[in-house]
Write a protein that binds this ligand. Structure first.
Ligand code: PLP
Length: 452
């Protein structure tokens, strides 16, 4: 009988996503974990690795949060699967009700939920909903989208097309969806160096929408999609007044506003959603990551009631929106999602995250005067340190990440060659945060000294 080993001895079959497979597999020491609890992963030798990034901005309650894991386990035994095409499970309806009761969504009339298996599928779903809405309204020619430079909206063709990361788009450039323009991104070290939260500079960048409308005509544009805070390209915080201006222009030109809250959703900014934090209400928004705290994959699109009504009422009979996934509202994800919402609310997880924000801000800005650092920025429990890359250091941030893992026992998330993003779980202690930043500093200095 063949025995399948759990060890990672040759690691050849797994094609790792967003990874240099060659480098990873040829490395003498690999970054591989076998267990995780709370703020720590452990490798096969039992060495603990402190998680500075909530995995991939997703384990808001830490790794393996007990109440959520138990809810998923119980659901697995009760009923491991039920479809949601022309039938559904009780727990799927319960989950949607729980989502729309979060924060102030009901007051903002964001009260319908379409479940998806992940963030990328949530984004593509949100774009389709926007198209379906305009078509149902008798404006089928409103099909163009406005995204933003340095936006990340996952890896589906829709999300890639509205996203603004050259490296992700290049290989697929001829297959991207037609009719997308990009707003300028909002980051300028010159104007906003070492900013604490939102900066005063940059609200005018929203006026790009006017130029794009002038170019194509509002009758051809479906909507604008942006992350309220761009995460994956290095925590780009919206300038004061920027999101308000985007919203105002969307209203003026009859464009749907889509917020991609895959990272900011569920407490990352100190409020359940970014719409509440910035007091700007989108017509549609996406969530994933914090939705189940990454205990199990899931995403969702939350929609203003009137958008839903328009689409549903436009079809006299039959399926109103030909779209969905085998794993839309998967019952185990539903159980985890409901438990996660209870955990945020009833166990004080939102408050724990919020209480950490001032310490996080103070600690990350200790890098302000560091010669190895170009810029520091933060909002809520997310922040970035942009490094001064020494000449000849092509993969500098990755080298820091590798050093931090092997020498300091910290898992860091990098954005591009020069930026380290910090995004700790809400259960972090002040000691954890101090450890994350002091160990990162040592790694940055050690790697920098290799180039001096
Ligand atoms: N949108 C945003 C803002 C994201 O940060 C991500 C992932 O990081 C996605 C979409 C894609 O989510 P997923 O990786 O679950 O498909």
């Amino acid at each position: 009988m063949r025995v399948f080993r759990r060890s990672c001895s040759n690691a050849s079959a797994f094609w790792m996503p967003f990874t240099s497979n060659k480098e990873f597999k040829n490395a003498t020491k690999r970054r591989v974990v076998v267990e995780g609890q709370g703020m720590f992963y452990s490798d096969k030798d039992g060495r603990k690795i402190l998680d500075a990034a909530s995995g991939l901005w997703c384990s808001n309650a830490g790794i393996s949060p007990r109440p959520v894991v138990e809810a998923a386990q119980q659901q697995l035994s009760r009923m491991s699967y039920a479809p949601s095409f022309q039938m559904s499970s009780d727990i799927a309806f319960e989950w949607a009700d729980a989502v729309v009761q979060e924060g102030d969504l009901m007051e903002r009339s964001l009260n319908k939920v379409f479940f998806t298996p992940c963030g990328s599928s949530a984004v593509d779903t949100s774009l389709k909903i926007a198209l379906a809405y305009h078509r149902a309204n008798g404006e089928a020619e409103k099909t163009r989208f406005i995204g933003r430079e340095r936006g990340y909206h996952g890896v589906g063709f829709g999300g890639l097309s509205v996203g603004g990361i050259g490296a992700n788009r290049e290989m697929f450039s001829s297959a991207l969806i037609n009719g997308v323009d990009h707003l300028k991104h909002t980051h300028s070290i010159l104007q906003t160096e070492n900013s604490h939260g939102q900066s005063n500079w940059g609200a005018h960048l929203a006026d790009d929408i006017e130029n794009i409308v002038a170019l194509h005509g509002t009758q051809n544009i479906a909507g604008v999609i942006i992350e309220p805070v761009a995460g994956s390209t290095g925590v780009l915080v919206p300038p004061i007044g920027y999101l308000e201006r985007v919203k105002e222009l969307c209203c003026r030109h009859d464009l749907l506003l889509i917020f991609d809250e895959v990272i900011t959703g569920f407490g990352r900014l100190g409020t359940p959603f970014a719409s509440e934090r910035f007091d700007v209400t989108p017509d549609i928004f996406t969530v994933a990551k914090g939705l189940t705290g990454a205990v199990i994959p899931a995403g969702a699109v939350v929609v203003r009631g009137t958008v839903y009504d328009t689409i549903i009422n436009a079809s006299p009979q039959g399926i109103e929106f030909c779209h969905g996934y085998t794993y839309s509202a998967h019952p185990v994800a539903a159980a985890a999602g409901i438990a996660m919402i209870k955990h945020y609310r009833d166990d004080g997880l939102y408050e724990m995250g919020k209480a950490l924000i001032p310490t996080f801000e103070e600690l990350i800005h200790q890098f302000d005067d560091d010669d190895t650092v170009l810029d520091v920025r933060n909002i809520g429990l997310m922040g970035a340190v942009q490094l001064r890359v020494p000449d000849g250091a092509r993969t500098f941030a990755s080298e820091v990440m590798d050093d931090a893992w092997h020498t300091e026992g910290v898992y860091l998330r990098t954005n591009g060659p020069d930026t380290i993003a910090f995004c700790p779980a809400f259960i972090a202690s002040v000691d954890h945060l101090e450890d994350i930043f002091s160990r990162t500093r040592r790694s940055i200095h050690r790697v920098t000294s290799r180039y001096c």
